[in-house]
Design a protein. Structure first.
Length: 94
């Protein structure tokens, strides 16, 4: 059972302030979380290989396909400023 002083300690670590009703809410939620973790601790995990994710992840990459790029005039159409075939931007290096 999480007590009020533990809730205040965790809130202090997180640098948040809690109202009285929030302390009760968070205490209840933390107690529920700890009860669930206790259920998980009772499971027999002998022979279960450790894993980094609950599901097997596979990278889903699309094939690279060469295609025409955007025409210069279309790319520069909405540019606030342009100079010849380039975007004109403010100088940032002195």
């Amino acid at each position: 059972m999480i007590k009020k002083d533990m809730i205040n300690y965790v809130a202090d670590l997180a640098r948040i302030s809690l109202a009285g009703d929030e302390e009760k809410l968070f205490a209840s939620q933390l107690n529920d979380i700890l009860a669930y973790i206790e259920k998980l601790n009772k499971l027999d995990t002998a022979g279960v290989e450790p894993m980094s994710h609950a599901v097997i992840l596979v990278n889903m990459f699309r094939d690279d396909k060469v295609k025409d790029s955007l025409p210069k005039d279309e790319a520069l159409r909405n540019a606030p400023e342009k100079e010849k075939d380039f975007f004109k931007v403010p100088k940032v290096i002195e």
